[in-house]
Design a protein around this ligand. Structure first.
Ligand code: ZN
Length: 168
């Protein structure tokens, strides 16, 4: 995470400067230069991931100011940087699998890996903090079910209210 905020992760814009690669274009979408921001916010999988996690503020953040992002949509404030680091780490890992092993990674797979990691964090957290890992697990499960789940849930509640009124 520290390397990420310092913009020193081994992305192709850095590798091009070091003359390790010939082009800085993203190897996954080919639509932009592979900068830390593109990897974490702009590339297809990243965009989908943040949308499903209901964190649109991550779609246009500069890595220098990633610490200014505040949680929303039911994500706990406590240990939020850990949550963010967990998601970024699994996004980065999924990208590497796609680039180096040529294996497609679905959003569902990334979210499952995030959930697994959250379960591991549950063991590491003190008893007082275990509920945070539980909340994370729930968020990853719900994100797998679709984007904007908060909105979806609100619509379900509204729908039930309307049908109750029709029946009454
Ligand atoms: Zn890309």
């Amino acid at each position: 995470m520290w390397l990420l905020t310092q913009k020193r992760i081994q992305c192709r814009t850095v590798l091009l400067k070091k003359k390790v690669v010939q082009s800085s274009a993203c190897e996954i979408c080919g639509e932009a230069d592979e900068t830390p921001e593109h990897i974490m916010c702009g590339c297809n999988l990243a965009k989908e991931l943040w949308q499903h996690l209901n964190m649109p503020s991550m779609l246009a953040v500069d890595m220098d100011s990633i610490h200014t992002i505040t949680p929303r949509g039911g994500i706990p404030h406590d240990k939020f940087p850990t949550f963010l680091a967990l998601v970024c780490w699994h996004l980065w890992k999924a990208r590497n699998v796609m680039v180096f092993r040529n294996e497609l990674q679905s959003l569902s797979q990334v979210l499952a890996a995030c959930k697994h990691a959250a379960e591991q964090w549950r063991y590491r957290f003190s008893r007082k903090k275990k509920h945070l890992a539980d909340a994370w697990c729930q968020i990853f499960t719900m994100a797998r079910q679709g984007p904007f789940w908060t909105l979806g849930r609100a619509l379900i509640v509204l729908g039930t209210q309307i049908s109750n009124r029709i029946q009454a």
